[in-house]
Write a protein that binds this ligand. Structure first.
Ligand SMILES: O=C(O)C1=C[C@@H](OP(=O)(O)O)[C@@H](O)[C@H](O)C1
Ligand SMILES: C=C(OP(=O)(O)O)C(=O)O
Length: 418
């Protein structure tokens, strides 16, 4: 069972954005509880290569902002590692620069789709190319002045929305983005915090051109996507009772809590407050008997990264859980629909893979197995929670990839395990 109190490291999405906005703001940005992980360090290195001085002491980071025209030609290729957020969001900033740049990723990132940012950035006059107009490396060249656009998002994606918002800082004229769903809005909140004139009404976000950004003191809330592994662990392991302190509970991210509550999960949010326009709270979770539910439509984007661990909860729930409209999971660090179906079935679960989701029939127990993380951090952590629920020792191959988003995952898990 899991018992006790922990904190999870800072939110990955917000940590990336704090380096990006801190770099192009005027003056110093001091960041507390920054997520030190491979993905966020990739963002930090990219901005260091563009001449930004960034000082780190554990999870305290100080960024000496160079102002929006102060970035320098990196001369070398910008390496984004495994991080889609680094590549897509940084491209939004790079299309506004007067120097050329090339962004490349690891083998996983180099096979992820980029047309989704190339198209809108080109509409803004950005000079950006990819292999077959789709894959990295991305080449970005100086262009004539960027222009603001009104963009109707064809898919729900915070990375695409954020790339456009960051480019808008360099554009002439207002930019408006119309979304179908409610993708995470950390870029909007942080832009507001740094002084941009940005407003949101329901599904429409508009930002005035020529945003002037001023360095800030930031506290990064704990990452709800990291907390989700312990939440599902506590719900499924008999006798568990845990408290996770200082977690980000932004409305666009709490789909996982709502889904697990609907499944019968005993989850309580305490001590709610707002820091830097971001809501934070403590999450209390107790072991619960779960039942299957249907999840689809606009709910998917609010729990997009939590679907692997949600599949673990569903595999142990009573009845059937059907997840649809989640095709985007095929284009993450691995094909997450396929990875979870294949790996959970090795443990005796009953998971059917669909084109856009999973059908999971709950079983009363999972059996130990040799499992593969598919070199995907979310799959590795989800399978660890599944393995704790099995009677016997499982082996998870390539489990070290947790360092992409949560290097201390095993330490925190052992703190809670009794
Ligand atoms: O904007 C972000 O920080 C993120 C947005 C999501 O991706 P999409 O925009 O592709 O949905 C999410 O899966 C990713 O982990 C982080
Ligand atoms: C999809 C993820 O990140 P990214 O797109 O930044 O690689 C993730 O962390 O689950």
């Amino acid at each position: 069972m899991l018992k006790g109190e922990i904190r999870v490291p800072g939110d990955k999405s917000i940590s990336h954005r704090s380096i990006m906005l801190g770099s192009i703001a005027e003056g110093k940005t001091e960041i507390k509880n920054f997520l030190v992980s491979e993905d966020t360090l990739a963002t930090m290195e990219c901005f260091r290569k563009m001449g930004v001085h960034i000082d780190t002491r554990k999870d305290n980071v100080v960024v000496e902002g160079v102002g929006k025209s102060g970035l320098k030609n990196p001369e070398k290729i910008l390496y984004c590692g495994n991080s889609g957020t680094t590549m897509r969001l940084t491209s939004g900033i790079l299309v506004g620069q007067d120097f050329p740049s090339i962004l490349v990723g690891d083998s996983s990132l180099n096979s992820r789709p980029m047309k989704r940012i190339i198209s809108p950035l080109r509409q803004m006059n950005g000079n950006i190319k990819g292999v077959e107009d789709e894959y990295p490396p991305l080449e970005i060249y100086p262009s004539e002045k960027l222009k603001g656009i009104h963009y109707k998002m064809p898919i729900d994606s915070a990375q695409v929305k954020s790339a456009i918002l960051l480019a808008s800082i360099y554009a002439h004229g207002q930019t408006c983005i119309e979304e179908k769903g409610f993708s995470r809005d950390h870029t909007e909140r942080m832009l507001k915090c740094f002084g941009a004139d940005i407003c949101k009404t329901d599904k429409l976000t508009c930002i005035k051109d020529n945003a002037k950004l001023k360095g800030q003191n930031l506290f990064i809330p704990g990452d709800i996507s990291s907390a989700a592994f312990f939440i599902v662990g506590a719900l499924t392991l008999k006798g568990s009772d845990i408290l996770i302190r200082d977690v980000g509970i932004n409305e666009s991210r709490i789909g996982i809590l709502e889904a697990l509550k609907e499944m019968g999960g005993d989850i309580e949010i305490q001590n709610k407050r707002i820091v830097n326009y971001e809501p934070i709270g403590d999450i209390r979770v107790r072991y619960s008997k779960l039942k299957g539910i249907n999840i689809n439509g606009s709910r998917i984007i609010t729990l997009i990264d939590e679907i692997p661990v949600l599949a673990v909860a569903a595999a142990l729930a009573e009845g059937t859980t059907t997840i649809r409209d989640a095709e985007e999971l095929k284009y993450k660090e691995s094909n997450r629909l396929n990875a979870m179906a294949v790996e959970l079935n090795k443990m005796g679960a009953k998971v059917e893979e669909l084109e856009d989701g999973l059908v999971i029939e709950g079983v009363s127990f999972l059996k130990p197995a040799t499992l593969n993380s598919h070199n995907d951090h979310r799959i590795a952590m989800a399978l660890n929670i599944a393995a704790l629920n099995a009677d016997g020792k499982s082996h998870i191959q390539r489990g070290e990839c947790v360092k992409i988003s949560f290097p201390g995952f095993f330490d925190e898990l052992y703190k809670l395990l009794i």
